[in-house]
Design a binder for this molecule. Structure first.
Ligand code: GLN
Ligand code: ZN
Length: 758
């Protein structure tokens, strides 16, 4: 009999109930019992949705973040959060979100750092370590959830983050060695496992996704030591790996003294055979056979074709599950009643994926005939999708097939273009600009909502947005900025805005995926060949340009960012989908140029986050990603200036690839990391224009003229001043006009100071 289980279920609730309960509690801390009650209801509901499984995850639910939960379970709470006492819940959110208190000057607690969970769009709170870190077990959270699971009558499999990955994801605050903490950490893990055993738990899922990353010999040894130490403590351990292949860590993982190993057979189907061969014959092999990171229906016939022989060989030892936690997909497709029925028939969200798992189990255990109808329906949907004219547009294939590298090359080298552009644009030294968006005011959101609901007609909406653009242009003229933007009032989201206008994209109504804490995103679903039926931005930019004699930047989202922030098709390589996106953006770039737009910015905010987990995969990714950007951007004349923007400062390790994009100007996040960013320029002379962000738009603080001058002088000591631009870190849409105006005033004043001194 094949065992089914799940690694984790989306927590936020189909209607984002957790988000709203959190926000109510944050506003009014007396609502803590309401928050806890909502959390219990969600857990009960999620277990009910999973009740057909043999093992149901417990402890995967979190009020904010699972890694932060683990820090609390291990008693690793930053001193600054403990110092002021308060309830455990209060301390928890102090680390999660920070807190500034007005009444008590030292009550200000900064939040724990947040960063991306492997190569997903989920963000976790980074564990903090220093030489004095001590651990102490706190089982409160797990005890409550286990008790609830028992009451709900499910077969509970608690989920914890393993010691290797926990240490690996944390940061040392004082330069001390993280691995040196292992001897102190392991007894607490052992105690936790002993306690779970005493609670009558049969299996514990220990997540160790760090095993799919590059580990050096010391970390590999630490992994072996850790599990040797934990052997014999508590229940049976299922060591869960996901998001990639184990590669050189496979033999290590197979040799660990645990009772079972979970492999991501979607990301690494080629490792299944090797794992069967390496794993001792008394171990369980859990295979992630359903994609936990994408929204497509599983091809059940194809899966059974390879899984049936595996099941025959493994018998009782085979477990099946989604490839990873279902945290990364929306909860339930049933809610998408407004979605086109054909498209809907191609999809599976979390609940549907678990149903697929049950079908697979039934087919494996009792033969395909018992679930014949469901298999036939599945095959029909899969076939329809494969053959659908909505997915395949012959012109797109033709256009992509005709791509040549020449399309991605500018006519002249940068130095030559720069001279032509300087003559056309006549900008001062240290030109000032912004990244694109200006505040998204309540009035803008209101107008969009009313337009969507049909209360405001197309003409009325257009007029409202044009008025916002005019306001934005006037403000920039008053500030004395050199290169203006239209302000992006008409855009709700930088990917969705374009996706809605391109063939090949669809949008869900409730397809929320947790990004961090209470924040969710609704990624577009890129299901088919991408084509641009008509210009997407030209009219807005033209309107803005008609209001000023200063240059207005055309503003686009790049192909790599559109790809990385969407659920993309699984029936062709990502690189190919990216080329299709590149052609669509290229057409828009050329139309903007045609319309007289002299500067065009193509944002690649998410370029870096597409980097593969393993270093060995970087060159391949950067190769096709940069090519796609070049195809999108580089079809323009010498006198058209291309800008790009990136939302991160760590690009030391990819600066060669970024230079290869050959954008005339690049703007990047820099203000928070101070001078760190500039290290990249010591070993590599970035050849084109560059605007290191000097205004941290994530913070309500307003930088002073002196601060900005200081940052720019530091930049000018490493980068020739003729290459430098002055701009904020990122778009201003989350800030208010009250914050933006004084900050930009100081920025313009700083540029004048720099020019006067030059
Ligand atoms: N042009 C976009 C804006 O200003 C860029 C946003 C981003 O980089 N995330 O909002
Ligand atoms: Zn940005």
């Amino acid at each position: 009999m094949t065992i089914t289980h799940n690694l984790g279920f989306p927590r936020i609730g189909t209607h984002r109930e957790l988000k709203f309960a959190l926000e109510r509690y944050w506003k009014d801390p007396s609502l803590d019992s309401d928050l806890q009650a909502q959390a219990s209801r969600l857990r009960a509901r999620h277990w009910a949705r999973q009740s057909a499984l043999d093992f149901v995850p417990v402890g995967d639910f979190s009020l904010y973040d699972g890694v932060l939960d683990m820090s609390f379970t291990l008693g690793n709470i930053p001193e600054r959060a403990r110092r002021h006492g308060g309830s455990p819940l209060d301390q928890y959110f102090r680390v999660a979100r920070g807190r500034a208190t007005v009444d008590d000057a030292c009550g200000c607690v900064h939040a724990g750092e947040m960063t991306k969970w492997f190569d997903t769009n989920y963000h976790y709170i980074v564990p903090e370590f220093d030489g004095a870190t001590r651990f102490a077990l706190d089982t409160t959270r797990l005890r409550e959830q286990l008790q609830e699971a028992r009451d709900a009558g499910v077969r509970a499999k608690p989920v914890i983050l393993g010691p290797l990955t926990y240490l690996r994801l944390g940061k040392s605050k004082d330069g001390s060695e993280r691995l040196a903490l292992l001897p102190a950490l392991l007894p607490v893990y052992a105690e936790l496992l002993d306690w779970l055993g005493a609670e009558g738990v049969e299996w514990v899922q220990v997540d160790e996704p760090a095993l799919v990353t590059d580990l050096d010999a010391r970390w590999r040894q630490a992994c072996a030591d850790a599990y040797a130490h934990l052997a014999g403590h508590g229940p049976k351990l299922l060591l869960a790996t996901y998001f990639g292949a184990l590669e050189e860590n496979l033999s290590l993982a197979c040799a660990l003294p645990v009772a079972g190993l979970h492999l991501d057979a979607i990301a690494a189907p080629h490792e299944v055979e090797a794992a069967i061969a390496l794993l001792p014959s008394d171990r369980v092999l859990s295979l992630g056979v359903i994609d936990g990171r994408n929204v497509w229906k599983t091809d059940l016939h194809a899966t059974l074709a390879w899984l049936e022989p595996v099941a025959r060989r493994l018998g009782e030892r085979l477990w099946i599950a989604p490839s990873c936690s279902l945290l990364h997909v929306p909860a339930d497709l049933e809610l998408e009643t407004g979605m086109d029925p054909e498209l809907r028939s191609w999809l599976a969200f979390a609940v549907q994926k678990l149903e697929e798992l049950r079908l697979l189990q039934s087919a494996l255990d009792h033969g395909r005939v018992g679930v014949q109808d469901a298999l036939i329906a599945n095959a029909a949907a899969v076939d329809r999708r494969r053959a659908s004219p909505r997915v395949h547009q012959p012109q797109v294939a033709e256009a992509v097939g005709a791509l040549s590298p020449a399309l991605g090359r500018r006519a002249s080298p940068h130095a030559q273009r720069a001279a032509v552009q300087a003559a056309v644009l006549a900008l001062p030294p240290y030109p000032t600009t912004t990244i694109g968006s200006f505040p998204q005011t309540p009035e803008i959101r209101q107008a969009r909502l009313r337009h969507k609901r049909g209360e405001l007609g197309d003409d009325g909406y257009r007029a409202a947005m044009q008025a916002e653009i005019a306001r934005c242009v006037q403000a920039q003229e008053a500030l004395g900025l050199d290169v203006l933007v239209h302000g992006e009032a008409e855009r709700n989201d930088m990917v969705e805005y374009f996706g809605e206008q391109l063939d090949g994209f669809a949008f869900s109504a409730n397809g929320w995926v947790q990004s961090y804490g209470s924040r969710c995103v609704k990624p577009p679903i890129l299901y088919g060949d991408v084509r641009r039926p008509r210009p997407m931005t030209v009219a807005w930019i033209r309107h803005a340009q008609s209001l000023t004699s200063k240059p207005v930047k055309g503003m686009l989202t790049g192909p790599v960012t559109m790809l990385n922030w969407s659920f993309v098709r699984d029936d062709q390589p990502r690189a190919l989908t990216c080329r299709q996106l590149a052609l669509a953006i290229r057409a828009e770039v050329l139309d903007l140029e045609q319309a007289g737009v002299r500067i065009i910015q193509i944002d690649e905010a998410a370029l870096r986050e597409g980097l593969p987990l393993r270093r060995a995969g970087w060159d391949n990714y950067l190769g096709w990603a940069i090519d796609a950007f070049r195809i999108a951007a580089n079809g323009v004349r010498d006198d058209t200036q291309i800008h790009t923007h990136m939302c991160y400062s760590e690009f030391n390790d990819i600066i060669g690839a970024i230079a290869a994009m050959d954008a005339d100007v690049i703007t990047i996040e820099a203000s928070r990391s101070g001078l760190e960013l500039l290290d990249a320029f010591d070993g590599f002379r970035y050849p084109n224009g560059i605007g290191p962000g000097v205004y941290d738009i994530h913070s309500p603080n307003i930088p002073s003229r002196e601060q900005i001058v200081g940052l720019m002088r530091a930049a000018a000591s490493r980068i020739p001043p003729t290459q430098l631009w002055v701009n904020p870190d990122c778009g201003l849409k989350t800030r208010s006009w009250d914050e933006v105006m004084p900050a930009l005033e100081n920025m313009v004043a700083a540029a004048r100071t720099l020019r006067a001194a030059a």
